[in-house]
Design a protein around this ligand. Structure first.
Ligand SMILES: *[C@@H]1O[C@H](CO)[C@@H](O)[C@H](O)[C@H]1NC(C)=O
Ligand SMILES: *[C@@H]1O[C@H](CO)[C@@H](O)[C@H](O)[C@H]1NC(C)=O
Ligand SMILES: *[C@@H]1O[C@H](CO)[C@@H](O)[C@H](O)[C@H]1NC(C)=O
Ligand SMILES: *[C@@H]1O[C@H](CO)[C@@H](O)[C@H](O)[C@H]1NC(C)=O
Ligand SMILES: *[C@@H]1O[C@H](CO)[C@@H](O)[C@H](O)[C@H]1NC(C)=O
Length: 572
């Protein structure tokens, strides 16, 4: 302390001074920043811009952008330089365009991607191998795989299959199907879908004639040059095994086994377009199996789509650099109802190019994006720094959206966000430029990687956080309809009813759409106390592969809204 206190009254005065100082800090009228959650920068630069992200079952994240952006900020040894006569930016390229990020060590390793994977799609197979499809230029019809290698973490890299997709798939979307195949839908000027079978494609070429025309993709394409608004169609596998497909403002239920449209859903209200380049985002809200006593009954599900852009916004942005305000609406529709209707809601901010991330708690976080403009080169302004929490429970009509702590970094075109096993959201990317431009003002090519820590990771929730000790499951899998149990420790049990078990499928995320993202709140049949501060919860595996397509999922035990760190389990 820099000064002496002479007597009791000045001592009192001093404490009064301290008190007013601190109470002013605590309730300053200027301190109106929302406080939900916290941002942490993990890496100032990962060398590339996180355009596409996929979490793998060994807690590593495959990140890549595109091979024809020019030189990235991460060098490869000379032996791994890529000479490609077709490359549009750099024929001899000794920089990486993909990295493998290790979540637990916060380290990364450059990977070698062989052809251009720009604006591509992907999905995981049953064993957790990434099947990545399409791209641009010499990569437009390519199939690539990346297999995790926990035993040899320094060696695994991209593999390219010697044969091609049936069609060019640039801006296509993928969905894992109940039989483990992957459906790849659309792409620029590709009004078709095809299937990739991970069990066969490694050894047998794709039959070049096995694609299916889907007129819906053509009808939903806007014809203004570049406008389109039907790319990266939103796909969600519904519990009856059919595929929900949304493009522009319209949606259908597709029986892909017979190439037959079973239903047309009502057109989404409002003029806004929701798909690229008017990029909104879409999720299937968490599937609630907790109250489903009869496993043979199919759960009801809702799709929720947020943000997007108004007709003509792309052309104004692209040709005149006028950035129209984005859509501020979300619509949700109970697609399992016989006569479903859209329920429209208004977000606290207009938003285009936002990511929607499902949390194990059953809530949704809307993150990244801009308030003006559209996707495309230099086409947006006014980044929205505030994530927003959405609570799907319709019984809480007044407080469904909550504004969260703002990010420092603008994350617009070519940014991404994914949930990781410790409950954080990994956020990276943003590059509205045709090449890497690290000096551009105000929106440089963003190489940094951040983590957003939702509120539930705060120290005040530590005593309520379950910590998984062991999983008991026959053959270590959560088999369809079979019980499995999770033992966990917990310092303060608030209520047994407040314990849930969530399965979360890791998504392939790019261009604001998290392909294959899925959260299932499982049916819990028992919670027992097994030792002081130790409990065992018995949950029923998902009822069928249509409700949960096979593959690796993260299992979270959630107590009083606070999730454990997840462990991985195979569902099959
Ligand atoms: C790119 O790399 C160089 C050297 O490795 C570094 O000095 C520079 O700050 C990096 N740029 C960015 C934007 O990270
Ligand atoms: C795959 O497509 C490329 C063109 O993108 C073509 O050159 C190549 O011959 C095709 N490969 C096969 C096995 O059809
Ligand atoms: C799930 O359904 C059960 C019973 O139908 C209900 O009590 C519970 O509130 C629901 N949970 C969520 C997160 O909606
Ligand atoms: C965003 O849109 C609003 C409403 O149209 C407009 O007033 C504002 O100027 C726009 N901002 C930018 C940066 O273009
Ligand atoms: C699952 O466990 C519950 C209670 O622990 C039991 O009642 C039920 O029969 C079990 N189901 C199966 C399929 O084993």
């Amino acid at each position: 302390m820099a000064f002496k206190i002479k007597n009791a009254s000045s001592m009192l005065l001093f404490f009064f001074f301290l008190f007013t100082l601190f109470s002013n800090i605590a309730c300053s009228p200027f301190n109106t920043e929302p406080s939900g959650g916290q941002w942490v920068q993990l890496q100032r630069s990962i060398g590339i811009s996180a355009m596409h992200m996929q979490l793998m079952r060994d807690n590593k994240v495959v990140i890549f952008d595109r091979t024809d952006f020019g030189p990235s900020n991460i060098s490869l040894p000379f032996s791994r330089c890529r000479f490609n006569p077709h490359d549009m930016a750099l024929k001899l390229d000794c920089t990486a365009h993909s990295v493998l990020y290790d979540l637990s060590l916060n380290t990364l390793r450059p990977l070698t991607i062989l052809t251009d994977a720009w604006c591509s799609s992907g999905a995981l197979s049953l064993d957790g191998t990434l099947f990545q499809t399409g791209g641009f230029n010499d990569g437009h019809n390519k199939l690539r795989t990346f297999s995790p290698c926990p035993q040899h973490p320094e060696t695994c890299d991209w593999q390219e299959l010697p044969w091609n997709l049936t069609s060019s798939r640039w801006y296509a979307s993928n969905q894992i199907l109940p039989d483990g195949r992957i459906i790849v839908v659309g792409g620029r000027n590709s009004f078709t879908y095809e299937f990739v079978d991970p069990n066969r494609i490694i050894s047998e070429p794709q039959n070049p004639n096995s694609f299916f025309f889907l007129r819906f993709l053509k009808l939903t394409r806007d014809s203004n040059p570049g406008e389109e608004n039907n790319l990266y169609p939103f796909l969600h596998l519904l519990p009856d095994g059919n595929l929900f497909v949304f493009a522009n403002r319209r949606s259908i239920l597709l029986d892909y086994t017979r190439n037959h449209i079973l239903r047309h859903f009502p057109v989404m209200p409002g003029l806004e377009k929701r798909n690229y380049p008017s990029t909104g985002s879409s999720v299937m809200l968490p599937v609630n199996l907790t109250g489903l006593d009869d496993p043979a009954r199919l759960p009801e599900v809702e799709i929720m789509i947020c943000g997007g852009a108004f007709p003509g916004a792309f052309t104004l942005a692209n040709t005149d650099k006028i950035f129209v305000e984005a859509s501020s609406t979300c619509g949700r529709i109970r697609v399992t109802d016989p006569e479903p209707e859209w329920i429209m809601e208004t977000m606290p901010f207009p938003r285009v190019m936002a990511d929607m991330v499902l949390l194990p708690t059953g809530n949704v976080i809307i993150i990244n994006g801009a308030a003006n403009g559209t996707a495309g080169w230099e086409n947006a302004a006014n980044p929205v720094h505030y994530p927003v929490l959405y609570k799907p429970d319709l019984h809480e009509p007044l407080s469904r959206f909550e504004i969260l702590a703002p990010a420092k970094t603008a994350r617009m075109y070519h940014s991404s966000a994914i949930l990781v096993p410790d409950g954080r959201i990994l956020v990276g990317g943003s590059n509205p430029h045709r090449g890497y431009d690290f000096q551009a003002y105000p929106y440089p090519t963003e190489l940094s990687l951040d983590a957003y820590h939702p509120d539930y990771l705060g120290p005040e929730f530590e005593s309520l956080r379950p910590s998984v000790i062991a999983v008991e499951a026959a053959k270590n899998t959560a088999s369809y309809g079979a019980n499995f149990s999770v033992t966990f420790s917990l310092r303060v049990l608030r209520s047994v009813d407040g314990i849930s078990v969530a399965l979360v499928a890791p998504s392939f995320t790019t261009h604001s759409f998290a392909m294959n993202q899925r959260v299932l709140l499982l049916h819990v049949s028992a919670v027992e106390k097994v030792a002081p501060f130790e409990y065992k919860v018995t949950a029923r595996g998902p009822p069928s592969p249509t409700v949960a397509p096979p593959g690796y999922y993260m299992v979270f035990v959630v107590h009083a809204g606070v999730p454990s760190v997840a462990i991985w389990i195979q569902v099959k």
